[in-house]
Design a protein around this ligand. Structure first.
Ligand code: PEP
Ligand code: MG
Length: 325
């Protein structure tokens, strides 16, 4: 098995017809970025920057953040690095920010909502990202948990203010840095066409999308068996997001756990996903799974799966289809 996978190291990611895909890795630190590079990932599809803010007594400064982002950018030189802005709140608390305790933290003051209400802190991160992208121009910025295009517009205003500041200070920055969004809420999935007009790219966060579409807490063992991306509502959301991106001509990736699920690969290929972002340890296996599918066979499997009415049936069908094709 190991040897079988080794054959995929350093190879491009192609399906059985030779269509190419980007296979990226998810990271939470500089050390993870080294693992990602070693795994032969073709880029970074999700850098969870909240880890830079955790387990420490105070906020990381612009200089500290800049240094980490810059190092990841150099390490992945020539390859894309998608860095997600601070995604805290929900289950991720940061002691020194003394965030209020909330009744429903996953529906509360989280991620982009928190950042837009704390521009003092958000601008520091945006400045660090703009500066870190100056040399290799391979950094892209991604906003978590968007539910309204107004949030993207508000982030753009802050981003251009930060650019103007850096310009005035004579500091190097990437003036063309791309701004994309995580598609991980029902609101975003249902209005994906609107987001596609405002964002430079999409990345589907199936971990949260599943939780919010199905109203199932992703961390609650009592409802664990209800938590599955194979529910028709989640699959339709994914399809709608990919179709909206294709229609608008922007790239679309997936950085939730589902991107590494072999069962889902024929659907994602057939819907037209451009980029898969998985943990460094799943890169080679995912590259192999993608290589086994012809587009036409994937299309038949997707059509059949999308015609079924429940996650158990879909799961059973996809398991059989992906082992037997
Ligand atoms: C997701 O929600 O799918 C995702 C990739 O982000 P996180 O798991 O960090 O919420
Ligand atoms: Mg998420």
């Amino acid at each position: 098995q190991r040897e079988l996978l080794e054959a995929y190291r350093g190879k491009p990611t192609v399906d059985a017809d030779g269509n190419a895909y980007q296979l990226y890795a998810n990271i939470g630190s500089l050390a993870d970025a080294e693992a990602a590079a070693a795994s032969s990932a073709e880029g970074i599809g999700l850098f969870r920057t909240e880890f830079l803010f955790m387990d420490r007594p105070a906020l990381p400064s612009e200089e500290e953040q800049y240094e980490v982002y810059r190092q990841v950018s150099s390490l992945m030189q020539g390859k894309e690095v998608i860095i997600r802005t601070l995604d805290i709140g929900g289950d991720k608390d940061i002691a020194y920010l003394s965030m209020d305790k909330e009744e429903n933290p996953f529906l509360g003051h989280r991620a982009i909502r928190y950042c837009l209400d704390r521009p003092d802190l958000f601008r520091v991160q945006l400045r660090a990202l703009l500066r870190a992208g100056a040399q290799h121009r391979n950094i892209k910025v991604m906003l978590p948990l968007v539910t309204s295009v107004d949030e993207v517009r508000a982030a753009k205003v802050l981003l251009s203010e930060c650019k103007a500041e850096l310009e005035a200070e004579g500091k190097a920055y990437d003036g063309q840095i791309a701004l994309g969004v995580m598609m991980e809420t029902p609101a975003a999935a249902l209005t994906a066409d609107l987001f596609a007009q405002e964002a430079d790219f999409f990345s589907i966060g199936t971990n949260d999308l599943t939780q919010y579409v199905l109203a199932v807490d992703r961390g609650n063992a009592k409802v664990e068996k209800l938590y599955t991306p194979l529910h028709p509502a989640v699959l339709r959301s994914i399809q709608n997001i990919i179709t909206a991106a294709k229609t608008a001509g922007i790239p679309v990736g997936m950085c939730g756990e589902a991107a590494a699920d072999p069962c889902l690969i024929p659907l994602l290929l057939s819907f037209g996903l451009d980029e898969f972002s998985v943990s460094p340890s799943a890169v080679l296996a995912t590259r192999r799974h993608i290589s086994t599918w012809h587009k036409e066979a994937a299309g038949h499997v997707a059509a059949e799966a999308m015609s079924l009415s429940g996650s158990a049936g879909i799961g059973g069908y996809l398991k059989a289809a992906s082992s037997g094709h």
